[in-house]
Write a protein that binds this ligand. Structure first.
Ligand code: NAI
Length: 330
């Protein structure tokens, strides 16, 4: 039996994890879940939100499924997500964005992928007060990290029959940092004559995405733009409740939805487990359980087609009812 680390998070995390574990079990696949807690409640007991045991478990099992973890705003501990990505060198944040059956949105035929650099940029967390009234955050962009993320984007495009890789920067203003990211893209792109190239500034990208997202295919960008743009693209396909994601490195991968811990609906049996479920489907493909992944995806799509939806998609199914219906459709 395959052992997989499960970080069940906080807020709606435990509810959606429970739903996804039940669905996977009902599909016939036995997984030995190594459940690891992290976040605010763990700080009180273990003095850190991300104890070494969590990292050690992922290093050992190579794959993890992760629910969202709350990050205090403005003060308190550093983001568990950022720390996890750094410690395990999960340098790719992959966020595919495709319309789902019977989830009506402004646009049809959206099928794009955001490839976000996951280890540096303003997320390096290097900040200080220069004086009492001036805060300074440092944006780090290195050639090595930029080239490897661009290479991942082109390789992904080749493997998945994609036609174009578009680089997203603000290199007209941040001529050195974003300029280096753009230069790295151009260098890597030379090795992929089969794939179309395109360069766009992030502000123009946002405008075009809300006008017609079908103009885009694979998008590669530094960390902060990727964070913001992937929430925008989540909105194009039905919102955070359906947007999946993965953090991938050379040794390990952590699959997690784009959304946060949704404290506003915690414990109300309202959370949509779809984003975590689709992340888990990708995880199953990653470990070679393709037929099980297909089966779960089909059951999910059938459930949506039967108009069984949670409140975020305009339906009235509870998390439990939605989960039960997916299990019946398996
Ligand atoms: P959020 O994504 O938790 O919530 C934004 C809105 O979307 C809320 O109205 C929420 O109810 C709704 N929503 C999100 N997921 C949903 C789901 N599965 N089903 C139905 N509705 C859903 O973003 P917010 O409020 O900015 O962040 C809350 C906390 O989560 C913060 O502490 C933040 O730092 C953390 N966070 C953690 C992430 C992670 O662990 N990967 C990612 C993003 C945020």
């Amino acid at each position: 039996m395959r052992t997989i680390t499960l970080i069940n998070g906080d807020g709606i995390g435990p509810e959606i994890c429970d739903a996804v574990m039940k669905i996977i079990k009902a599909s016939g696949l036995e997984i030995d879940w190594d459940i690891q807690t992290a976040g605010a409640e763990v700080v009180e007991v273990e003095g850190t939100p991300l104890p070494e045991r969590v990292i050690a478990s992922i290093r050992k099992n190579k794959v993890a499924l992760k629910a969202p973890v709350t990050t205090p705003i403005g003060k308190g501990f550093r983001s568990v997500n950022v720390q996890l990505r750094k410690d395990l060198d999960l340098y790719v944040n992959l966020r595919p964005c495709k319309n789902l059956p019977n989830v009506k949105t402004r646009f049809e035929n959206v099928d794009l992928v955001v490839v976000r650099e996951n280890t540096e940029d303003l997320y390096a967390g290097i900040e200080h007060m220069k004086d009492g009234d001036t805060a300074e955050s440092i944006k780090i962009i290195t050639r090595g990290a930029s080239e490897r993320i661009c290479k991942f984007a082109f390789d992904y495009a080749l493997k998945n029959n994609r036609h174009e890789v578009c680089v997203v920067t603000k290199a007209n203003i941040m001529k050195l940092s974003d300029g280096l990211f753009l230069e790295s893209y151009r260098k890597v792109a030379e090795n992929y004559p089969q794939i179309k190239k395109r360069e766009i500034l992030v502000d123009n990208l946002c405008m075009q995405l809300v006008q017609d997202p079908t103009r885009f295919d694979v998008l590669v960008m530094p960390n902060l733009y990727g964070d913001i743009v992937s929430d925008l693209t989540a909105g194009l396909i039905g919102g955070l409740g359906v947007a999946q994601g993965a953090n991938i490195g050379d040794d390990c991968a952590v699959f997690e939805p784009v959304h946060g811990s949704a404290p506003d609906i915690k414990g109300q049996n309202k959370a949509n487990p779809t984003a975590l479920l689709l992340s888990a489907v990708e995880m199953l493909r990653y470990i070679g359980e393709n037929s099980c992944a297909e089966k779960i995806e089909r059951a999910l799509f059938k459930t949506l087609s039967q108009n069984i939806k949670t409140a975020d998609l305009g339906g009235n199914a509870t998390t439990t009812e939605f989960t039960q219906k997916v299990i019946e459709n398996l």
